[in-house]
Design a protein around this ligand. Structure first.
Ligand SMILES: C[S@@+](CC[C@H](N)C(=O)[O-])C[C@H]1O[C@@H](n2cnc3c(N)ncnc32)[C@H](O)[C@@H]1O
Length: 712
C-alpha cells in the first residue's frame, strides 16, 4: 500500500519521538489482510525448537497371567510376564513446551509416526489462576494443605504474571507445537471455561484455520450454588478442531455417543414393536427404508448435559484421586471414542490426575501424557497402576508404561552458572539477577560467597557450596559437573542446594560421588529464602533429602523387603510467624522439620502447646515400590545429531527402575503394606532398589546388594 506523504511524515515523527502509533496504522502498514485477529502484548508466531533427550526413569507393567504369555510368547518375557516389545505408553515429567518440541523434532517422533501418528490431543490447561498447585492432602488422619513449591510458583507466575496476556502466550505456543505433532487425519480438543474461551477460539482459528473447526461442545455439569446477580456459570466449552480435511472418522454409533430420545419423540415416532419387544421406527431416505431402535438412543448434540462433574470430584466417587481439577472419565470416554480407534495414539500435555491416560488405556488406545507437577505425575502413576490391575482382573489387554524425565540436559538453557555461559548470551540484567540470586541463597544458608569456580558459589564450615538453578530441578548433569570440579580442585566435601531434584537422582549420585572420594550432600532450599524476615530470624531451614531404611527377608531363593524407617525433613512456612498471625480461638496445621503440627490460640490469645499430629514415620509415605533386580535394565537414550540427523543410542550409565511390586494409598483406601511379598530369583548377587514417594509427590530411592541362595 502507498501511504500519502503526510501519513508517512506523521508516522516518522511519532517513531522518532518514541511515541506509540495510532491503531489505524495496524491495518494500513501490514500486508496481511486478516479480517479478525486477536492481538495481545507479547504475541509471537515463534515456537521453541529445543530438542532434549527423554530419560526413562521407571518402567511399570503388571505381570501377565500365564495363558496370556503363552498366546503371545514373542511379545512378553515369559519369566517376568512383562511386555518386551511393542509400544510403551509414556508419562513425562516436564514443562510441556519442551515436551512438545522434543517430541516434534526428536527421535521419538519416528516411533510415533511408525505407530500411526498422533490421532487425538485433548488438553485441559489451567484456566483457573493457580488452582492446581495448592492441594488438600491427608497425613495420618489429618488434612494438610500443601502449598505450591518454588518451581510451581514460577510456572504459575510465567502463566499468569500478566494475566490473560501471558496465559495466551503460553497456550498459543503449545497449540502451534501440538498442531505440528498432530497427524493429518487427527483432531484436537481444548477444554476451557468462560474466562478464556472467547480468546482461545480465535487463537484456534489462527493456528488450525476456521475451516477446520468441528464443534464447540458445551459441557453443562450443573451442581453448585446460585449467585444473586447472574445465572449460575455451570458449563465448560470444549473446542474441537481437525488438523485437515483428511479427518474422516466419527464413531457416531458407539453407545457412549448416544443419549436417550425425549419422551415426546418416543411416543410420537417409536410406536412399532419387533418380535423381541424392542420399539422401533421406519424412515424412508431416498427410497430406502431404514429401521432405528428406540433403545439405541440418538446421537448426542454438541451440548452435553449427561455427565456430572461430581462424578469425578465427589469424595465418595471411586474415580476421585483428590486432584482439584480432575475431570470425569465419562467425558474423556466420549471424547476419545468419538474420533479414534483402538491402537491409536492419544495425548494430553496437561495431564493433572491422568484422566485422559486412564480412559485411553481402558479403551485400548496408546497414550502419551505430561505434566510439570511431580504430584500430578505421581497421581497419574498410581492411577494407571490401578487401571492395569483392573484390566488384568477383567482379563483384558493393557500396555506397559514408562515414566520419563525431561531435564537431564536442560541446564544449559537456563541461567545457572555465569562462568559457563558465553557472556555474550547474557545481558547485564541477567548477570545481576544471577548474582543477586546467589547472594540471596548464600546469606540464607549462612555461607560466604566465593568466585572463580565453575560450579562452586560459596563455602561454609569446611565445605564448598554449589547452587542449582532457580527455575528447574537440579539435574544429574549438573550434579556430575559439581563432582567433577571437586575432583579437579581436590575438594572432598560439597553441599549441593536445589529447590527440586530430578527424579531418581538419589542415592546413585551420592554413591557415585563417594566412590570418587567426594562427600556430596544434597539439600532442599526452602521457600522462605525469599522472605527477608525469615532469613533474618534464621528461620529459612535448608533440609536434607528424605531417608529410607529397609530390611531384606530371605526364604530359600526368595527375598521380601520390609520398610523399617523413613524420614522427611520438610518445613512449610514459619511456625512462629503462623502463631503470630493466628486469630484468637483459631488453629492451623503447619509442617516443621518433618512433623505435622497443630498450632492454636485460646479465646484470650494465649498460644496453646503445639500438638504433633504425625504419629508414625509411615504416615508420610504415599507409595513405595521395589525393583528386585535393579541393574538388569540399562537406560539407553537416543539422541539425534543436529548436523547429520543421525540417531545414536547410548547408555547413560543409569538403570531404569522396573516397578515389580508396589503398595500405595488411594483416596478410597488409605492402608499401606510395609512388607512386600517374597519374590523368587535366580541365585547370585543382586541389587534391589526401593523407591518411596511421599505424600507431596517427591521420590527417593535406596539400593542394597543381596546374595540370593546363600546359606544363612
Ligand atoms: C486443569 S489441570 C488438568 C486436569 C486433568 N484434565 C484431570 O482430569 O486431572 C491442568 C494441569 O496442567 C498442568 N500444567 C500447567 N502448566 C503446565 C506446563 N507448562 N507444562 C505441563 N503441565 C502444565 C498443571 O500442573 C495441572 O496439573
Amino acid at each position: 500500500m502507498k501511504l500519502p506523504d503526510n501519513e508517512i511524515r506523521d508516522i516518522t515523527k511519532l517513531l522518532e519521538e518514541g511515541k506509540p502509533l495510532p491503531d489505524k496504522y495496524r491495518f494500513m502498514l501490514f500486508g496481511d489482510d486478516r479480517e479478525i485477529e486477536l492481538v495481545w502484548n507479547g504475541k509471537s508466531q515463534e515456537v521453541t525448537n529445543v530438542v532434549l533427550p527423554f530419560q526413562t526413569i521407571e518402567h511399570v507393567d503388571e505381570p501377565r497371567a500365564e495363558e496370556k504369555l503363552l498366546m503371545q510368547p514373542d511379545l512378553f518375557d515369559l519369566a517376568s510376564g512383562r511386555q518386551l516389545k511393542g509400544w510403551t505408553n509414556k508419562l513425562i515429567w516436564g514443562d510441556n513446551k519442551f515436551v512438545l518440541s522434543s517430541l516434534k523434532s526428536g527421535p521419538l517422533r519416528e516411533e510415533i509416526e511408525a505407530n500411526g501418528g498422533i490421532k487425538l490431543i485433548y488438553i485441559d490447561p489451567p484456566f483457573d489462576v493457580g488452582a492446581d498447585f495448592t492441594l488438600e492432602l491427608k497425613v495420618g488422619g489429618e488434612e494438610l494443605t500443601k502449598a505450591p513449591n518454588v518451581l510451581e510458583e514460577i510456572a504459575y507466575r510465567d502463566t499468569w504474571a500478566k494475566g490473560s496476556d501471558s496465559f495466551l502466550c503460553m497456550l498459543s505456543e503449545r497449540l502451534r507445537l501440538a498442531s505440528n505433532l498432530l497427524s493429518k487425519d487427527g483432531t484436537i480438543f481444548i477444554h476451557c471455561d468462560y474466562r478464556q474461551s472467547s480468546a482461545i477460539k480465535l487463537i484456534l482459528d489462527e493456528v488450525f484455520g476456521p475451516q477446520n473447526f468441528l464443534n464447540e461442545i458445551i459441557w453443562g455439569y450443573g451442581a453448585g450454588g446460585n449467585p444473586s446477580l447472574h445465572f449460575p456459570r455451570k458449563h465448560d466449552s470444549i473446542f474441537w478442531y481437525r488438523k485437515s480435511e483428511q479427518f474422516s472418522l466419527f464413531n457416531s454409533k458407539e453407545s457412549i455417543m448416544r443419549v436417550p430420545y425425549d419422551e415426546s419423540t418416543l411416543t410420537t415416532h417409536y410406536k412399532k414393536t419387533d418380535e423381541n419387544g424392542r420399539k422401533f421406527r421406519v424412515q424412508n431416505v431416498n427410497g430406502k427404508e431404514y429401521r432405528t431402535y428406540a433403545d439405541e438412543g440418538k446421537l448426542v448434540t454438541d451440548v452435553w448435559t449427561d455427565i456430572g462433574a461430581q462424578n469425578a470430584t465427589s469424595p465418595i466417587s471411586n474415580e476421585s484421586t483428590g486432584y482439584p481439577t480432575q475431570k470425569p472419565e465419562m467425558l474423556l470416554r466420549r471424547v476419545i471414542t468419538s474420533s479414534t480407534r483402538p491402537g491409536d495414539i492419544v495425548c494430553d500435555f496437561f495431564c493433572g490426575s491422568g484422566t485422559t491416560a486412564a480412559v485411553a488405556e481402558k479403551l485400548g488406545r496408546k497414550w502419551i501424557t505430561s505434566d510439570l507437577g511431580k504430584f500430578a505425575i505421581h497421581t497419574t502413576r498410581k492411577r494407571l497402576i490401578g487401571v492395569q490391575r483392573e484390566l488384568k482382573t477383567q482379563d483384558k489387554e493393557f500396555r506397559a508404561f514408562e515414566i520419563l524425565n525431561l531435564g537431564k540436559y536442560e541446564r544449559q538453557l537456563f541461567v545457572t552458572g555465569i562462568d559457563e555461559i558465553d557472556a555474550k548470551t547474557l545481558n547485564q540484567k541477567e548477570l545481576n539477577k544471577e548474582q543477586a540470586f546467589i547472594r540471596l541463597i548464600s546469606t540464607a544458608y549462612k555461607a560466604e560467597p566465593i568466585s572463580g569456580f565453575r560450579t562452586f558459589r560459596a563455602k561454609k564450615a569446611g565445605r564448598v557450596v554449589a547452587i542449582g538453578p532457580v527455575d528447574m530441578p537440579v539435574s544429574r548433569l549438573f550434579a556430575e559437573q559439581v563432582v567433577d570440579e571437586c575432583i579437579e580442585k581436590g575438594v572432598t566435601k560439597v553441599d549441593l542446594l536445589g529447590f527440586e531434584f530430578e527424579m531418581g537422582l538419589f542415592p546413585s549420585i551420592q554413591d557415585e560421588a563417594a566412590s570418587k572420594g567426594v562427600d556430596l550432600v544434597l539439600k532442599h532450599i526452602p521457600k522462605e529464602v525469599f522472605d527477608k524476615r525469615a532469613v533474618e530470624k534464621g528461620e529459612a531451614r535448608f533440609h536434607d533429602v528424605a531417608y529410607i531404611e529397609i530390611r531384606p527377608h530371605f526364604k530359600g531363593n526368595s527375598v521380601a523387603i520390609e520398610l523399617t524407617n523413613y524420614s522427611v525433613f520438610y518445613t512449610q512456612g514459619v511456625t512462629s510467624f503462623a502463631e503470630d498471625n493466628l486469630k484468637n480461638g483459631g488453629s492451623q496445621i503447619v509442617v516443621e522439620n518433618g512433623q505435622v503440627i497443630k498450632i492454636s490460640k485460646d479465646k484470650n490469645g494465649f498460644v496453646n502447646p503445639r500438638e504433633v499430629l504425625t504419629k508414625n514415620w509411615h504416615d508420610w509415605i504415599d507409595y513405595w515400590s521395589i525393583d528386585f533386580d535393579f541393574t538388569n535394565r540399562k537406560e539407553i537414550i537416543r539422541v539425534k545429531d543436529a548436523k547429520t540427523n543421525e540417531v545414536k543410542e547410548t547408555w547413560t550409565g543409569d538403570f531404569i527402575f522396573e516397578n515389580e511390586w508396589q503398595s500405595f494409598r488411594t483416596r478410597q483406601d488409605r492402608t499401606l503394606e510395609l512388607k512386600s511379598i517374597f519374590n523368587e530369583m535366580p541365585p547370585g548377587k543382586r541389587k534391589i532398589a526401593v523407591k518411596v514417594v511421599d505424600i507431596f509427590g517427591n521420590d527417593t530411592m535406596k539400593v542394597i546388594t543381596v546374595t540370593i541362595g546363600e546359606k544363612r
